[in-house]
Design a protein. Structure first.
Length: 462
């Protein structure tokens, strides 16, 4: 039996005090100076370890407090109270909400699964991935399933073209040439980052993290540099097909290349395959109104990997009522199944993958693999303020991150995501992540439930 894949997490404290959800208001002028002050009895020592960041005027207690309310309830004078931090509410945007950012901060710092301890208190349903639920009916016992179970759960996938059938000669020897495949132990790739102060240190931190967990990282052609030479086996250069030189140094020593879709993309893929037969070539297709037709055409022509790219909020690139990546992916996956070529091509999806739970949901909708972007930046303490897009300074100086520190935070983030993928698969009774792809019968979709329950009475939703 192969060695069990494992990601080792190590604590990686933030360089800047993160923005906490709530703050403590302390009316010290009314304090009785009790000898057994409730601050000293804090289970988490947040008062004892309290510090202030003069650069950002931040108080560590806002982030470290676990909201147990012990100090507030037990103070005899009642001088302590809590309130929502207005700076917290300003984090992110309509999709990348403060809760998403703070959850990824915690995972990058500790590598642990975030647990609230009080169950889920959010809405029953919502937009995007919040309108689908995975089937947890196979939960049996923790000694067998999940991250602490004794049974092996594989999260490895193969990137590349697969044959629809095997053929053998009279002697039993295969007569078909086996296409090249790239095996990755986790169905996650590191995508190109949509924005940010992307310095050399940021790219090296991502590459080092990819090396440590044996993942793959997309690299823009203009960002290639000698310092990344040691990480060639974990890089996926992204280049334009027009004017491409197959002999360029960027193609040397890599396992996989991605071409930006254009009229010349397929011709460029054939040129690369002619020069590097063992190379896996992916084509980067924007998720727009033509995405389904383009995907079907490329898959029928023999494309190995197709990368469907939505915007960073998970919406397709159309002006009028864009669909979410979940719905577009189900549509494209179903079309490939109807054309009887789904098993032959690898689908990678990116855009809107914000939380660990989104990974198995994207796979259920039809993807083989997901490429993540903003969660990596958030792991490096990004606040999704987008100041960098307006030429302003970064409040957490992401460009100054140390390579070792940044890579460890990304490794921690992936450790938490991997653990939660294992937990979901164990609860679903699935032992191989490749079986999750397109397994819509193991999920419930709000739109389907609403239509089946209320459609006959109220008609379809406008």
């Amino acid at each position: 039996m192969p060695k069990r894949y494992h990601i080792t997490a190590k604590p990686a404290a933030p360089r800047f005090i993160p923005v906490g959800r709530s703050g403590i208001i302390d009316f010290e002028e009314d304090c009785l100076k009790c000898t057994t002050c409730v601050k000293k009895r804090c289970l988490y020592d947040v008062y004892k370890n309290r510090s202030y960041d003069a650069r950002t005027m931040a108080d560590s207690i806002d982030y470290q407090c676990k909201n147990c309310f012990s100090c507030i309830q037990n103070c005899p004078r009642g001088v302590l109270s809590k309130t929502i931090n207005p700076e917290y509410l300003k984090l992110g945007d309509a999709y990348w909400k403060p809760e998403i950012i703070s959850i990824n901060w915690f995972q990058a710092e500790t590598g642990r699964i975030p647990v609230s301890g009080a169950g889920y208190r959010g809405p029953f349903s919502g937009p995007g991935f919040d309108s689908m639920w995975t089937d947890m009916s196979e939960i049996v016992r923790p000694t067998r399933d999940g991250i602490h179970g004794r049974e092996y759960i594989s999260t490895a996938i193969d990137l590349g073209r697969k044959k629809s059938r095997l053929e053998f000669d009279a002697a039993g020897n295969p007569v078909l040439e086996v296409p090249p495949l790239v095996e990755v132990p986790l169905p996650i790739l590191f995508n190109l980052l949509p924005f940010g102060n992307l310095s050399r240190n940021v790219r090296l931190a991502m590459a080092e993290a990819a090396r440590q967990i044996d993942a793959m990282m997309y690299l823009a052609e203009q960002d290639d540099e000698p310092a990344l030479e040691a990480y060639k086996a974990h890089l996926i250069p992204v280049v334009a097909a027009n004017g491409m030189d197959p002999s360029a140094a960027i193609f040397q020593g890599v396992k996989m290349v991605e071409l930006i879709y254009s009229d010349q993309a397929w011709h460029g893929a054939l040129k690369l395959k002619a020069k590097y037969p063992g190379l896996v070539v992916s084509i980067r297709v924007p998720m727009d109104a033509e995405a389904k037709a383009v995907t079907l055409k490329l898959a029928a022509a023999g494309a190995e990997v197709i990368h469907l790219v939505a915007d960073f909020q998970g919406n397709e690139f159309v002006a009028d009522r864009p669909r979410f990546v979940k719905d577009v992916l189900r549509d494209i996956h179903g079309s490939l199944v109807t054309a009887s070529i789904r098993d032959e091509v690898t689908l990678v999806v990116s855009g809107g993958i914000a939380l660990p739970e989104h990974l198995p949901k994207a796979l259920i909708c039809g993807a083989d693999c997901a490429a993540i972007d903003l969660p990596l930046l958030i792991g490096l303490e990004c606040r999704v303020c987008k100041r960098c897009t307006h030429g302003k300074s970064c409040p957490v100086e992401i460009d100054q991150v140390e390579v070792s520190h940044g890579s460890q935070r990304i490794v921690n983030l992936m450790c938490s995501w991997w653990s939660q993928l294992i937990e979901v698969m164990g609860a679903m009774g699935i032992r191989d992540v490749r079986r999750v792809r397109g397994e819509a019968g193991r999920a419930m979709f709000f739109e389907d439930l609403e239509r089946e329950t209320f459609g006959a009475m109220f008609g379809t939703r406008k």
